[in-house]
Design a protein around this ligand. Sequence first.
Ligand SMILES: [Zn+2]
Length: 297
Amino acid sequence: MRIFYADQFVLPLPAGHRFPMPKYSALRERVAAVAADRMRVADAASDADLLRVHDAAYVRQVVDGALDAQAMRRIGFPWSQAMVERSRRSAGATIAACRSALESGCGVNLAGGTHHAHAGFGEGFCVFNDAAIAARAMQAEGRAGRVLVLDLDVHQGDGTAAIFAGDDSVFTCSMHGRANFPFRKSASDLDIELDDGTADAPYLAALRVALPRALDRAHPDLVIYLAGADPFEGDRLGRLKVSKRGLAQRDGLVLDLCRHAGIGVAVTMAGGYARRIEDCVDIHFTTVQTAAQMLAR
Ligand SMILES: [Zn+2]
């Protein structure tokens, strides 16, 4: 199992911006203390990688800094060359995590999960859709025919759902807060909408129903798992009330099922906006630790 990181490619943000940039370096340091030998920096996603998913005009405008003010507001970051590189690196790390998953059973990206990026526009802190880019890359490399994108971030994976609408080779499953962003959702192949305040027991019960259904319908060669930390009860943006223990059980359920089915899983961190940044780091670290314990070879 290899673990890929990209936090040295920092996205410059104005003071007070709510995107939690420091969580990535804190998470990498925490993982490095126990698994430094497994950690790598992945190559940046190439234009060819991006163009399997994104419109050529959009990619050009992102790279050249030519998106208009409205398109940049929708993304929520100020444009910079570093933003482009960071976005390419994060997608590249998910591609690399998928290769690791197919070779060894598991791969991890300590970033990624930018699921609000659509083919022709970015949204909600998402420039390029790393899971979609990685799924397409594995298909192009002949490593995987069928892919399941399992999105357990508290926000619906609308970009991923729209990108793969009508494509039977990639199954999209999203379990998320009904009242959370995005307010206009795209239809995934399987959506599970949870009410505000959903706590551990109903959350895990819904997952126990959804997981086998998704695997059954998807028949995947590879699972890309978005292990969002934002269903957490202490999250500023999420509307669910899942505890750290509940999120650890969630990770265990997902990874155990993949292990039993003999399907490689690429894990990405996705969102996490806890009031205390250490809580996000704890949750993401537990995900990585669970993957290492259950799947590491
Ligand atoms: Zn989220």
